[in-house]
Design a protein around this ligand. Sequence first.
Ligand code: HEC
Ligand code: HEC
Length: 238
Amino acid sequence: MLKNNLKKTLLSCVVSVFVLVPLSGASAQDVSSVIRGAKLYDKWYKVIDAPKPATTHKAWPSSNTKKKGDATQRCKACHGWDLRGKDGAYASGSYETGITGLRNFINADTAKIVGIMKDATHGFSGQMADRDFNDLALFVSKGQVDMAKYINADKSVNGDPVQGEAYYKTLCINCHGADGKLPKELPKPMGKIASGNPWETLHKILNGQPKESMPALRALPLQVSLDVLAYTITLPQK
Ligand code: HEC
Ligand code: HEC
């Protein structure tokens, strides 16, 4: 019995070493910078209370006429929720741009990343403050989760929905309701959001929602977020 428990404990230690979210062992300050950077990556102008950009981003390719205006100004619009750009979920669909992902910038020098955001292609210089650029760069360099490892091509997730239900019913239910249809501002039911775009949903679970009180689960073992994600996919579609 004791031996079994010890085995279990050892096993879970070994397992958790492999599934820790980037930075989950880091200082609280780093983690909060990374989740802030991730929310900026999601919708920077919302996070910093800037007006919605009125124009289409100059790097947005004319081949894509499905999106325009502020939607094209979000990092995620060009580089993807999975940070794989043309090699990931945005290889096709309404956000197809042919633009590269950011996977080559894992552990890259943050000053270099800041420089890229201010280059002629991006032109973000003057639109955000130093702290914003630094948090964004920290997310790109230190905060990437290799989503392709956990979310399969058919959008199924390597998570345990039974365990996820327990997490959902303690962490999410107060705001999103048992059936995932709250708050009423939600664009569609959680089940529909998660099954349609598990990459976006994982990004939000790990980092929270820009300008909302939603918690970020990044400091917990990654498996918690994957289990929650696996459960949200099973919630009602309408
Ligand atoms: C409208 C599209 C667009 C948006 C929005 C955008 N980028 Fe880019 N990004 C590009 C293009 C184009 C390149 C050059 C690579 C290429 O040609 O595919 C690039 C390259 C990069 C690179 C270098 C990647 C490499 O492998 O060379 C980084 C890092 C980067 N972007 C970060 C960001 C960040 C952070 C944001 C949000 C603040 C952002 N980008 C927003 C279009 C965009
Ligand atoms: C304190 C309240 C709160 C908690 C707790 C919370 N959320 Fe949220 N969440 C929100 C709010 C508010 C929004 C934004 C709703 C809107 O305006 O679309 C949101 C948005 C989302 C979105 C993005 C919806 C979209 O496409 O716009 C997802 C996905 C999500 N939540 C999942 C979760 C999950 C999973 C949990 C539990 C781990 C959770 N949330 C916990 C408040 C919360």
